[in-house]
Design a protein around this ligand. Structure first.
Ligand code: GLA
Length: 350
């Protein structure tokens, strides 16, 4: 039985470490944050003009969209995510019903905090419940559906990192995700009096138009030249023989996987100075080997380090977005930084 209404919340994420590893069958250590996207859905009355349509209202932007369920056409901006999610749910044979959607967010768009994954996941949960179906138990299946929205409707060849973090978030924990097995292991994020903050570079990134897809293609090319299924199987010795810039890309991925393992060990050992050093090493690799930093991101990181952050690194795809800082007790973050803590994963609100 379809429901009259539904409401779902899905969080954004911060990736503690493990960047550009997800599409290389590697490791990452994200956590869901408290901020995210809420989608309220109301069924259109059967027989009304809107019964077979989706009307969406992005309340923070004051913008609307309206399209037929049976004929979803591409769009740009936030509308691409809404239309893509509806279309992919339809392809997955969910018996969608006409709905009015109200979308609100307290996570900024384009700031590297995965507002787009939060939007896709919240839309999925709200629309699935509205059409009378139970939300799937399998987070991987839903994460894959959401990633198809990015790949087919937005043009960003992203992996599963953001969607899995949003779906599987757990209070007080980061999630060690192995993208080869898709096993998600919570790791207690016990910071004592240390704090994690994010500082927005103000540079808005769009993965579809940034160098993101090019990096992904370079990794595929490097794997092919090395004769391995993915860079997860590449060794440092073999990578050294690759032509530039493929050598640099592969070296980043190989080292970053090891840094994730080391970060998990540092958290288990409550060794926060070691975690801070790993964040710095990750950033330097993303800047120098993977080449996804920008002048604005570097200036933002300098502000965090200048304020006394022990470790700081860009998070997400790069080419703009936010920088994460790890602060020792007693250190004040620079103006504009916001503290981030792990929160629960996506859930129904009503
Ligand atoms: C973006 C993508 C993810 C991941 C990160 C980089 O957030 O959506 O799939 O590749 O960049 O780690």
């Amino acid at each position: 039985m379809p429901a009259d209404h539904s409401c779902a919340f899905a969080p954004g994420r911060v990736n503690l470490i493990g960047e550009h590893t997800d599409y290389n069958e590697g490791l990452a250590l994200p956590f869901a944050i408290a901020e995210g996207v809420t989608v309220r859905a109301e069924a259109q009355s059967p027989g009304s003009a809107g019964a077979q349509r989706i009307e969406a209202h992005a309340s923070d932007l004051g913008e609307r969209d309206d399209f037929a369920l049976a004929h979803v056409t591409p769009a740009v901006g936030w509308r691409a995510f809404v239309r893509g999610t509806v279309a992919e749910l339809g392809r997955a044979r969910y018996p969608l019903v006409g709905a009015h959607l109200c979308i609100s967010a307290d996570v900024p768009a384009g700031a590297g905090l995965s507002s787009s994954a939060a939007l896709e996941v919240a839309l999925c949960l709200a629309l699935i419940v509205l059409c009378g179906q139970p939300p799937p138990d399998d987070a991987v299946e839903l994460a894959r559906l959401c990633t198809r929205v990015e790949n087919r409707w937005v043009g960003a060849q992203t992996g599963l990192l953001d969607q899995l973090a949003s779906l599987c978030g757990a209070p007080d924990s980061a999630l060690c995700i192995d993208f080869r097995t898709l096993h998600v292991q919570p790791v207690p994020l016990a910071l004592a009096d240390w704090r994690l903050v994010v500082l927005d570079s103000g540079e808005r990134h769009q993965l579809a138009s940034s160098g993101y897809n090019q990096r992904r293609a370079e990794c595929a090319q490097a794997s092919q030249l090395l004769g391995v299924k993915s860079l997860r199987d590449a060794t440092a010795a073999a990578a050294e023989r690759l032509p530039e810039p493929l050598r640099q890309r592969a070296e980043h991925v190989i080292d970053e996987n090891q840094r994730v393992r080391d970060a998990v060990a540092a958290l288990h050992a409550h060794d926060l100075p070691a975690l801070a050093s790993l964040l710095n090493a990750s950033h330097e690799s993303l800047r120098d080997l993977y080449e996804v930093s920008t002048a604005a991101v570097e200036a933002t990181r300098e502000r965090l380090l200048g304020a006394g952050a022990r470790g700081a690194r860009l998070i997400g795809g790069g080419f703009g977005g936010s920088v994460l800082g790890l602060l020792e007790p007693g250190v004040s973050p620079p103006a504009g930084a916001r503290e981030v803590r792990p929160g629960p994963g996506a859930h129904l609100v009503e």
